[in-house]
Design a protein around this ligand. Structure first.
Ligand SMILES: [Zn+2]
Length: 225
């Protein structure tokens, strides 16, 4: 896809996310990794609902600004996830209500922030890690993401929001939407003793669709019985 098409894609998905209330005001940002190692990134203080393709920040492979507006200050977040997820081509970061709410609950497991509630959550978002709170733009968040060793494509930042990598912008957007809707389901069902997918049902999905779930890494090569 040409760079001008990719710029339009960022604006189209950004507007769609904004118009559905998935990230308010000027929150949230999107990045794409280009074939030359450079990136397209949404500018700082830009609303995802009103992006201009010509003003998207174009960075070179070292992160230097080549053209467009000044990039989002959440660059360290994106850089760390690209670094640890070698196949990632796009990253979406939102301040979506239900995913943010989830991060503040006391029972959340930082290595599996959501239980296996639906097949599409596992198929699109995989499992989700939770990292502690950092001030927006704090480079220390990059170390927290590197600490996950590339096992997670979906990460929740405590009291802040989700950051999700995909092998295309569409994949990253769809995974972020699944994460948000699954967080919403969790909140709807919290304390109602819902039935989640069983370990056998999860194993069946992992084997049938070749899912790369961190909780199943330990079982590689073993008989799932
Ligand atoms: Zn943010």
């Amino acid at each position: 896809m040409s760079e001008s098409r990719l710029r339009e894609e960022i604006c189209r998905y950004g507007r769609s996310l904004f118009e559905r209330g998935l990230t308010p005001g000027s929150s949230g940002n999107i990045s794409l990794r280009l074939d030359d190692g450079g990136w397209l990134v949404t500018p700082t203080n830009a609303s995802l609902g009103f992006l201009d393709p010509a003003r998207i920040s174009r960075l070179d492979s070292t992160g230097g600004l080549v053209s467009g507006d000044k990039p989002t200050k959440e660059i360290p977040l994106h850089a760390a996830l690209y670094e640890s997820r070698g196949s990632a081509r796009a990253i979406v970061h939102l301040h979506s209500t239900h995913a943010v709410a989830l991060t503040m609950l006391p029972e959340i497991d930082p290595r599996a922030a959501l239980p296996p509630m639906t097949p599409y959550y596992l198929m699109r978002a995989g499992e989700t890690a939770l990292v502690p709170y950092y001030r927006p733009g704090d480079p220390a968040v990059a170390d927290a993401i590197r600490g996950l060793a590339g096992k997670y494509s979906s990460v929740l930042l405590a009291n802040h929001g989700p950051v999700v990598a995909g092998d295309s912008l569409e994949a990253a957007v769809f995974a972020t939407e699944e994460l948000e809707e699954t967080a919403r389901l969790y909140l709807l069902l919290r304390n109602l003793n819902p039935r989640y997918l069983t370990p056998d049902q999860v194993s069946d999905l992992v084997q049938t669709f070749g899912l790369d779930l961190p909780s199943h890494h330990d079982h590689d090569g073993h008989d799932h019985g």
